[in-house]
Design a protein around this ligand. Structure first.
Ligand SMILES: C[S@@+](CC[C@H](N)C(=O)[O-])C[C@H]1O[C@@H](n2cnc3c(N)ncnc32)[C@H](O)[C@@H]1O
Length: 289
C-alpha cells in the first residue's frame, strides 16, 4: 500500500473534527486506511493520500460528510450496560408515569442512537412492563450524525449476531419477525420510534426547548469522542431540553463537563443525572430517593 503523508492524516483529522467534533488521536491514523477503504473503492481511488489531494484541489461537501460519517464508531447493542434499563423499569419510569398521569404523555431522546438498538430496547421494555402506556402519547426520538446508521435504525432489521447480543430470548420471539439470518422489529415497536439524522455539535440541537421537553435523555457513549468544550456546550443544550424532573443517562465512563448543572444519583449499580435548577449550589453525589 502507498505511504500516506502525516500531513494528509492531519488534514483528515481536521476535516472530521470540523464536521462531527470527533477528536481522533494521531496514534490511530491507521483507522483512516481501514474505515475509508470502501469509500476509496467507490471513488475509484487506491489510497488515502489520493483522496486528500482530491479534496485539497476542490471542496466536496458530500464527500467530506461521508468521510466524517465513516470515521464514527457505531458500536451498540440491545440493552447495552443493562443496569440503566433495569433502573428505568423498576424506579424511574414508574415515577415519571405517575407524575405524567394527567398529561398522559412521555418523550424520550436516544441521542447518538447509532443503528437503533437503544431506542428499540426502551420501546420493548415499555410494551412489556407498562401496558397502561398503550393509550398515551409516547415518542422515542432517535438521532445520529451518520446517515447510514439512521437508515438502518429505520429499517429495524438486524442480523442474528446483533440479536444475540443482549436481547432476552423471549423478547426476540415476541418482538421480531424472522427471515433467514435477519430479524425485523415488529411494527408495534417500530411505530413508537422516530429516527433522523442530526449533528449534536451543530449550532442548534435538533429539538427546541419551545417544544415539550424530554422526560428521559440517553446520551451514552458519544461524549467520549468530543473535546471538553464541546461536551460542556452540548450538555448545556441538553439541560434546556430536559424536563425539571427528567433524567439523563450518560455512558458508564462519561461525566457531565459542567457539574453545576447536574446532580448525579447513584442507584442500583448505575448513575443517572437530574438537572439542577439555575442558582442551585453544586453539591455531592445524591442517592436514590
Ligand atoms: C458508540 S455509538 C453509541 C450508540 C449508543 N448511544 C450506545 O450507547 O450504544 C456513538 C454514536 O455517536 C454518533 N456520533 C458521533 N459524533 C456525533 C455527533 N457529532 N452528532 C451526533 N451523533 C454523533 C456516531 O455516529 C455513533 O453512532
Amino acid at each position: 500500500m502507498q505511504q500516506t503523508a502525516s500531513a494528509d492524516y492531519g488534514y483528515l483529522r481536521e476535516l472530521v473534527y470540523g464536521l462531527s467534533q470527533n477528536v481522533l488521536d494521531p496514534s490511530r491514523d491507521y483507522l483512516f486506511d481501514t474505515r475509508l477503504s470502501k469509500l476509496l473503492r467507490n471513488q475509484g481511488m487506491s489510497h488515502v493520500g489520493q483522496l486528500v489531494s482530491h479534496l485539497r484541489s476542490a471542496r466536496n461537501p458530500s464527500l467530506e460528510r461521508a468521510i466524517a460519517e465513516a470515521m464514527t464508531i457505531n458500536e451498540t447493542s440491545f440493552f447495552r450496560d443493562a443496569r440503566p434499563f433495569e433502573l428505568l423499569r423498576t424506579e424511574l419510569l414508574p415515577r415519571l408515569i405517575e407524575a405524567r398521569r394527567m398529561q398522559r404523555s412521555l418523550r424520550v431522546w436516544s441521542a447518538a442512537c447509532s443503528t437503533g438498538q437503544e431506542a428499540y430496547s426502551l420501546a420493548m421494555l415499555l410494551i412489556e412492563h407498562f401496558p397502561l402506556l398503550a393509550g398515551w402519547n409516547f415518542r422515542i426520538e432517535g438521532t445520529d450524525i451518520a446517515n447510514e446508521v439512521v437508515d438502518r435504525a429505520r429499517t429495524g432489521c438486524y442480523h442474528r449476531i446483533e440479536i444475540n447480543r443482549g436481547l432476552p430470548a423471549r423478547f426476540v420471539v415476541r418482538y421480531f419477525d424472522h427471515h433467514g439470518e435477519d430479524w425485523t422489529i415488529k411494527p408495534e415497536v417500530r411505530r413508537m420510534c422516530n429516527f433522523r439524522q442530526a449533528n449534536l455539535c451543530a449550532t442548534q440541537l435538533p429539538f427546541s426547548h419551545m417544544d415539550d421537553r424530554f422526560d428521559i435523555i440517553l446520551l451514552r457513549n458519544v461524549m467520549l469522542y468530543f473535546a471538553q468544550e464541546t461536551r460542556r456546550r452540548l450538555l448545556a443544550g441538553i439541560h434546556r431540553l430536559l424536563s425539571q424532573d427528567g433524567v439523563l443517562f450518560l455512558g458508564s465512563s462519561e461525566q457531565p463537563a459542567d457539574p453545576s448543572l447536574w446532580t448525579p444519583v447513584l442507584a442500583s449499580g448505575t448513575c443517572y443525572f437530574k438537572p439542577r435548577q439555575p442558582g442551585w449550589q453544586a453539591g455531592g453525589i445524591g442517592t436514590r430517593e
